[in-house]
Design a protein around this ligand. Sequence first.
Ligand code: ADP
Length: 208
Amino acid sequence: MSHNLVWHSHPVDQQVRAEQKSQRPMVIWFTGLSASGKSTIAGALEQILTRQGYHTYLLDGDNVRHGLCRDLGFADADRQENIRRVGEVAKLMADAGLIVLAAFISPFRADRRLVREILPEGQFVEVFVDTPLAVCRARDPKGLYARAERGEIRQFTGIDSPYETPERPEVRISAGDLSVAEAVNQLLAYLHEVDALRAGYQPVAHEA
Ligand code: ADP
């Protein structure tokens, strides 16, 4: 497939772009059940990071399925290809110097590991949004669990398709017990601890 291709190195690389933006590029990867809070927490974190002057991009599972991955369904092979594509896009965006927030159910360990492995060391932060299935079902903001239970949607994660819990995520958020603001502050504290935020960072009081 790609055996006649040679990688071309360009003078402007990730380091140059990161220095220009005064930030550490990375992919903050949110995984968890549908309705666990991945998009909500990622969106709230992104809002704070952009207010503090960081350059970010939120890649959202539902949104990429309207375009880049519109040809894919929810069979295991399609889920695998979905995550592979999104992982490559996230890698390009991190290479462009951005802090990428990726919100994908990404139920399979092997697929998440693949994304971790294509990124430079230390640039993949796995965030397990650990909300009990019963809480996700009760929230059901889009009515998807109800439809899956009636058999109207097949291969729905947590109902008739598995979710493989992360074994060593960088961050585990008990999002069933925390407010969105508390979840965001847990993430900001982690990013601060690994020195991913500029000096002078302040946790932000945040109404939610
Ligand atoms: P996902 O992206 O994981 O499918 P969403 O973020 O789309 O989940 O939906 C989660 C729903 O749960 C939203 O309606 C959100 O307002 C609600 N919610 C309630 N409490 C929380 C919390 N602590 N963290 C995240 N979302 C919460």
